[in-house]
Design a protein around this ligand. Structure first.
Ligand SMILES: [Fe+2]
Ligand SMILES: [Fe+2]
Length: 229
């Protein structure tokens, strides 16, 4: 068993980016993971950082937003921390997609879109080191975070409460963060434009969750560290 404190290890891994170390330590502490589970989590985030710093920062922001939103929803502190961690790896499967394609300016072709959509199927990423109680929600956040509440999402076209709660919550925060950020082919949207777009896309979200999210959008927008941008 490797006995490194989470924040020590985070400092080593993200030594060049103190803000990431802070976010990671904040997310991991309070979630009650065993040390080998924390180590696995950090290794996976480090790999994601090497693959794409922007994707890793997006993942950490979504994790922080999910944690804040879960607290607003009334989850216990430990469950909110755990949900935040599970959401942190929602896009880990993007490591299976060529980075040059992910970062290309302009829209994806249909073929490229199909390839990008395979990122939700990389369930091999969750190894046996995670105990069963964590492995399933980690998988759910990864596999189902592009499912829409109205059944029009992918990969399994689940609808309503067939979609696990962690995936419904991650769907909201992931959509929110993705449109707020600059992309190679467009500028990030302002907060009012983001709200308008989310309202137009309401079929994607659980309406009860969306109502709370919209009411609390200011605190969710501010919860991540400015340095993560
Ligand atoms: Fe995704
Ligand atoms: Fe994402």
């Amino acid at each position: 068993m490797i006995a490194l404190h989470t924040s020590e290890l985070a400092d080593r891994i993200f030594i060049a980016d103190g803000s990431c170390a802070e976010a990671l330590a904040y997310l991991a502490d309070g979630a009650g993971l065993h040390s080998n589970e924390r180590l696995m989590m950090l290794i996976m985030l480090d790999a994601l950082n090497i693959f794409s710093g922007a994707t890793m920062r997006h993942s950490l922001r979504v994790g922080l937003q999910v944690r804040t939103f879960c607290t607003i929803l009334g989850h216990t502190a430990r469950d909110a921390a755990r949900f935040g961690l599970y959401a942190c790896l929602h896009d880990a499967g993007k490591m299976s997609v060529p980075i040059t394609m992910l970062e290309k300016p302009g829209k994806f072709t249909a073929e490229e879109r199909d390839l990008v959509e395979t990122h939700v199927k990389q369930e091999f990423l969750f190894p046996e080191q995670f105990s069963r109680c964590h492995r399933d929600p980690f998988r759910h956040a990864l596999r189902f975070h592009h499912e829409n509440f109205d059944g029009t999402g992918y990969p399994d076209r689940l609808a309503g409460n067939q979609i696990p709660e962690i995936a419904q919550i991650t769907r909201l925060c992931d959509f929110f963060d993705a449109v707020r950020q600059d992309r190679p082919y467009r500028k990030g949207l302002s907060l009012p434009k983001t709200i308008a777009l989310m309202q137009q896309s309401q079929g994607a979200f659980n309406p009860k969750l969306f109502k709370v999210f919209r009411n609390e959008i200011g605190s969710i927008d501010r919860c991540h560290l400015r340095a993560l941008h």
